[in-house]
Design a protein around this ligand. Structure first.
Ligand SMILES: C[S@@+](CC[C@H](N)C(=O)[O-])C[C@H]1O[C@@H](n2cnc3c(N)ncnc32)[C@H](O)[C@@H]1O
Length: 263
């Protein structure tokens, strides 16, 4: 999948020579210009570029002017702790995600749900996360490379693709659970990191086709997180699962279950 890449790679001002070498190498790998930064502000470096990839001692960031997005565990941190304590976690409960499962996260985003799913499926399971925004995919892939998920988790395999194409090409029943978490229709937070996410994330909302494609590929559930409910949800098999939190959770059974008994 091709996308215009009007980005530049640089480092923090006081970056070591190792970090500068790493940034220069990544710029070359990604076919982007490298800016050897010393006293310049990020606004100076940004110039006419859409955004700046910034390496420093704790990894890669994506900046637009003063706003910066870095890989972080975010909402996954508390959920991972809950799993360790044997407490219920909504994503796992709604998808009935089990050890050794194969999970497809069709909207990888910051990777938080994927990381939680990877812990639930354990080292013998697998989680594939699809992201259609190249800058977000690049940021999260780099972050996942640095992240040590531990012995009790599988790794998340990030894939740069449109998940609709990925689902269309995937075999029927090839994943146990498919997760769909498109962008919120109403911005939830307005801090700098969300500004970067919002600028680059694909804004497409849910539609019946996307749900159907996911249901063909899932063997157990299609799990949907949204901040809205459309009138077509129930005709597409989506049922609300009470969660008690601020997010709306829905799930749809797989298509093969519905077709039992129908010739
Ligand atoms: C709300 S975020 C997902 C957050 C994620 N569940 C997490 O826990 O970090 C939605 C993400 O899905 C991506 N996205 C939207 N439509 C997509 C598509 N058709 N294929 C792949 N990624 C898509 C957006 O670019 C965005 O990064």
């Amino acid at each position: 999948m091709e996308q215009d890449r009007n980005f530049v790679v640089t480092t923090s001002r006081r970056a070591s020579s190792d970090i500068r070498a790493q940034a220069r190498q990544k710029a070359s790998d990604w076919k982007l210009p490298y800016f050897d930064r010393h006293d310049e502000t990020l606004v100076d470096v940004t110039g006419t570029f859409e955004a700046v990839f910034v390496y420093d001692h704790d990894g890669l960031g994506l900046s637009i002017g003063e706003s910066n997005l870095k890989f972080n565990l975010g909402t996954a941190a508390l959920r991972l702790q809950a799993i360790s304590r044997g407490e219920p976690v909504t994503l796992i409960r709604v998808g009935e995600i089990q050890a050794n499962d194969r999970v497809l996260d069709a909207t990888l985003g910051l990777g938080h749900d994927s990381i939680v799913a990877a812990r639930a499926v354990g080292p013998k399971g697998s989680v594939v996360g699809i992201e259609s925004s190249w800058p977000l995919f690049t940021l999260i892939s780099e972050g996942l490379t640095q992240y040590d998920s531990g012995d009790e988790s599988s790794d998340v395999q990030p894939v740069f693709d449109d998940s609709r194409s990925y689902l269309a090409n995937a075999d029927a029943d090839s994943f146990d659970v498919v997760i769909l978490d498109p962008m919120f229709s109403i911005p939830k937070r307005s801090d700098g990191s969300f500004e970067v996410l919002r600028k680059f994330a694909s804004p497409a909302g849910l539609d019946p086709d996307w749900i159907q494609m996911a249901r063909r590929v899932a063997k157990r559930w299609v799990v949907v997180k949204t901040d809205y409910e459309k009138d077509w949800f129930s005709s597409e098999g989506l049922e609300r699962v009470p969660s008690g939190g601020s997010v709306n959770w829905f799930r749809a059974p797989v298509l093969s279950e519905l077709s039992v008994g129908v010739e």
